[in-house]
Design a protein around this ligand. Structure first.
Ligand SMILES: [Zn+2]
Length: 194
């Protein structure tokens, strides 16, 4: 355990009014207010209290991946572990949400991929629940850059109002090609042509 802050990557769904929210319990559909959210444990364990998340041998904590490539690989290669599966949209969004995603060809990607800033207690990945490269943090807020899937471009103004310190890039692609677009964009940031 340490108290070091970490900037990483993660994904969200777009909630009403432009808030971003997690996909998984206990943070599913909970708005990420601009000052951030705090992890809670809902595993009903006797080793630690709900407010002691993340805990070493548990599934609790807010997920962040320091390397973008780990997140993109996780979505494509470990859909059951990252939770970006068709079943997730049926469970969390309901039948109407699932049909909307099906129509737009985005059953396999999240709504938003971007940077998050984590702080407080930090733990390594849950070995049975997280794809490689994951860390779990106690507190997190939306970071300086996020990418919005093209099919939700209409939500960009509302998202910008909620997170005024965050640059919102609207994708030109949708579905898995959108992941390649994000990767290329970040490569351009890392290796600017002179
Ligand atoms: Zn726990």
């Amino acid at each position: 355990m340490n108290e070091t802050g970490v900037t990483g990557w993660r994904y969200w769904q777009v909630l009403t009014q432009g808030y971003l929210g997690g996909l998984h319990t206990p943070h599913a559909r909970q708005p990420w207010y601009p000052d951030g959210i705090e992890a809670v444990c809902n595993q009903d364990r006797d080793t630690h209290a709900p407010d002691q998340a993340p805990w070493p041998d548990c599934e609790c904590g807010i997920r962040i991946m320091p390397r973008l490539d780990d997140l993109l690989d996780g979505i494509e290669d470990h859909p059951a572990r990252t939770g970006i599966t068709r079943r997730v949209w049926r469970v969390i969004g309901g039948a109407g949400y699932y049909q909307d995603r099906l129509m737009h060809g985005v059953l396999d990607v999240p709504d938003v991929i971007g940077q998050a800033i984590g702080w407080g207690r930090t733990e390594d990945a849950c070995p049975w629940d997280d794809p490689p490269g994951t860390v779990r943090v106690q507190h997190a807020r939306v970071g300086p850059v996020i990418y919005l899937s093209q099919h939700l471009a209409r939500m960009a103004p509302a998202i910008r109002r909620r997170y005024p310190g965050t640059r919102v890039h609207v994708g030109h692609e949708r579905g898995l090609p959108w992941l390649d677009e994000i990767h290329a964009s970040q490569q351009a940031v890392a290796e600017p042509s002179s």
